[in-house]
Design a protein around this ligand. Structure first.
Ligand SMILES: Cc1cc2nc3c(=O)[nH]c(=O)nc-3n(C[C@H](O)[C@H](O)[C@H](O)COP(=O)(O)O)c2cc1C
Length: 170
């Protein structure tokens, strides 16, 4: 049985990557929660902690946003080294040295439990959409569905939807 790993609302999970998404820094809270030794994180692609329940479309949206030099917000379910999982609310931003883009960093806080039933339902729907598409178009299609869902059903942008959803239950 896999179990949910939690952390304190006072803590933040931080990591940094290079421009290709390889991990260059992980804070202590990150290592404790995901239960990875530092040596198994540094230099590895960030997808090492990807949980199979995460729709590919969320990461498509994350990278699209980052490549446009904008910050991304989103709920993310991650895997731990020993096969458990944890949920976060992530803020991922481009990282600069002066004017030069050098990578990205992510700051994550506890995802409020009450927020997750809606998020789980949306991610389930995205996974269903992805299963019906060919592999190449799946992430783009499910991301477009999520943006459209926020605009049509919630009458707000994706950013406003996730930020409201996080703040509402925090
Ligand atoms: C700063 C940063 C933080 C990231 N954090 C995570 C994370 O916590 N979990 C995750 O699955 N992917 C994270 N990603 C996205 C991964 O790089 C990757 O796109 C994702 O796991 C999906 O894998 P794929 O791109 O091979 O499909 C992060 C990317 C960046 C740039």
């Amino acid at each position: 049985m896999t179990k949910e790993i939690t952390f304190s609302p006072r803590e933040i999970i931080v990591s940094k990557t290079d421009l290709s998404g390889k991990i260059t820094y992980a804070n202590r809270v990150f290592m404790r929660v995901c239960n990875y030794p530092e040596s198994a994180l540094l230099g590895e692609p960030h997808r090492v902690i990807r949980h199979p329940d995460m729709p590919r479309g969320v990461f498509y949206g994350m990278w699209k946003t980052l490549k446009a030099q904008e910050e991304f917000f989103g709920f993310v379910k991650n895997s731990t080294y020993d096969g458990n999982y944890y949920w976060v609310f992530a803020n991922v931003t481009p990282d600069y040295e002066g004017q030069k883009p050098v990578g990205y960093y992510s700051v994550r806080r506890v995802a409020p439990k009450e927020a997750l039933s809606d998020v789980n339902a949306l991610y389930q729907k995205m996974r269903d959409i992805e299963k019906k598409c060919d592999k190449a178009s799946a992430p783009k299609t499910s991301w477009a569905w999520l943006l459209d869902y926020c605009e049509q059903n919630k009458h707000v942008s994706y950013d406003a939807f996730v930020l409201n959803h996080y703040q509402q239950y925090r």
